[in-house]
Design a protein around this ligand. Structure first.
Ligand SMILES: [Fe+2]
Ligand SMILES: [Fe+2]
Length: 271
C-alpha cells in the first residue's frame, strides 16, 4: 500500500473517532457525585395526599417506578462493561470507561433513594430478557445499536415524565441528571455506530435489522407490562402506554434510517 494511502486511511479513522472523543470530553465535564443530590433537604419521592390507604398505594407505586429504574441501571452496568471489554479501538474504550462509571453511579443513587422510599418492589421480567438478548447478541454493531441508539434514547422521555410527576423531590433532581447522562450515552452511541457501519457490508446491516425484529416483541411486552403495585392504574393507562409505545417504535425506525439501514423490513409488532 502506498504511503499516501496509509496516511489517508489514518486521517479518515482519526476524523471518524473525533465524534466519539467529543462525547468522552462531554462526559468528563458533566460528571457528578451521588452526594451532590439534595438528600435530607427535600422529600425523596412525592408524599401524596388523602387517606392513609391512598398514601400507601401512591408510595407503593413510586417504589415500583424506582425498582424498575434500579433494575435498568444494574443491567446497564453489565452492558456498558461488556462494551468496554469488546470495543477494540482505544478511543471507544476511553469513552466506555466513563459510561461504566455513569451507570454504576446511577445504580448507587437508585439504591439510596429506594432505601429512603421503603425498599424494592417487583422486577420486570421482560427487561431482564431484553438485556440478555443484547448481551448475547453476536456483534458489536448490534449491541451498540440496541443499547445506546435505541434504549438510551427512549429512556430519556421516561425520565422527563417521571421528573414532571415528582416536582420538588430528590427523584426529580436525579431524573434531570439522568436525562443529561443518557443524552450523552445516546449521542456517543450514534457517533460510534456511524464509525462501525462506515465500511459495513449489506449482510452486516441486514443482520442488524433481523436482530431488531427479534427484539421488538419483547420490547413491546416490557413497555406494556405493569407490576401489581401499578395494576390499579393499568387499564386507564393502557391506551396512553400504547400511544407512547407507537411513538417510541417510530423513533427507533427513524434512528435506524439515519444510520443508513434499510428499514423496509422492520416488522412493528403493533399496528
Ligand atoms: Fe443509567
Ligand atoms: Fe445510560
Amino acid at each position: 500500500m502506498a504511503t499516501e494511502q496509509v496516511i489517508d486511511q489514518d486521517r479518515e479513522a482519526h476524523e471518524a473517532f473525533a465524534g466519539v472523543l467529543r462525547f468522552y470530553e462531554l462526559a468528563k465535564r458533566q460528571e457528578w457525585q451521588v452526594r451532590d443530590l439534595p438528600w435530607g433537604e427535600i422529600p425523596p419521592i412525592p408524599e401524596g395526599k388523602g387517606s392513609p390507604e391512598r398514601k400507601a398505594r401512591r408510595k407503593d407505586m413510586w417504589r415500583s417506578v424506582l425498582t424498575q429504574q434500579l433494575q435498568a441501571d444494574i443491567l446497564a452496568c453489565e452492558m456498558s462493561s461488556q462494551l468496554l471489554n469488546i470495543a477494540p479501538e482505544p478511543e471507544a474504550k476511553l469513552y466506555y470507561s466513563t459510561m461504566v462509571q455513569d451507570e454504576s453511579r446511577h445504580t448507587e443513587a437508585w439504591l439510596k433513594l429506594i432505601e429512603e422510599a421503603g425498599g424494592t418492589a417487583e422486577r420486570d421480567p421482560h427487561l431482564d430478557e431484553l438485556a440478555h438478548m443484547t448481551l448475547e447478541s453476536d456483534t458489536l454493531e448490534e449491541k451498540v445499536f440496541q443499547m445506546q441508539v435505541f434504549y438510551e434514547r427512549l429512556i430519556i422521555s421516561r425520565f422527563r415524565l417521571i421528573a414532571r410527576a415528582s416536582r420538588g423531590t430528590v427523584l426529580e433532581d436525579l431524573c434531570n441528571r439522568l436525562t443529561t447522562d443518557d443524552g450523552i450515552h445516546h449521542g456517543a452511541g450514534m457517533a460510534y455506530e456511524k464509525v462501525l457501519l462506515r465500511n459495513a457490508d449489506a449482510k452486516t446491516k441486514r443482520k442488524l435489522v433481523d436482530a431488531a425484529n427479534r427484539l421488538l416483541p419483547t420490547f413491546v411486552e416490557h413497555a406494556l407490562w405493569r407490576p401489581k403495585e401499578r395494576a390499579f392504574i393499568g387499564s386507564a393507562m393502557r391506551s396512553r402506554d400504547l400511544e407512547n409505545l407507537k411513538k417510541d417504535l417510530e423513533i427507533g425506525v427513524r434512528l435506524a434510517e439515519s444510520l443508513g439501514l434499510d428499514v423496509s423490513d422492520v416488522e412493528l409488532p403493533i399496528s
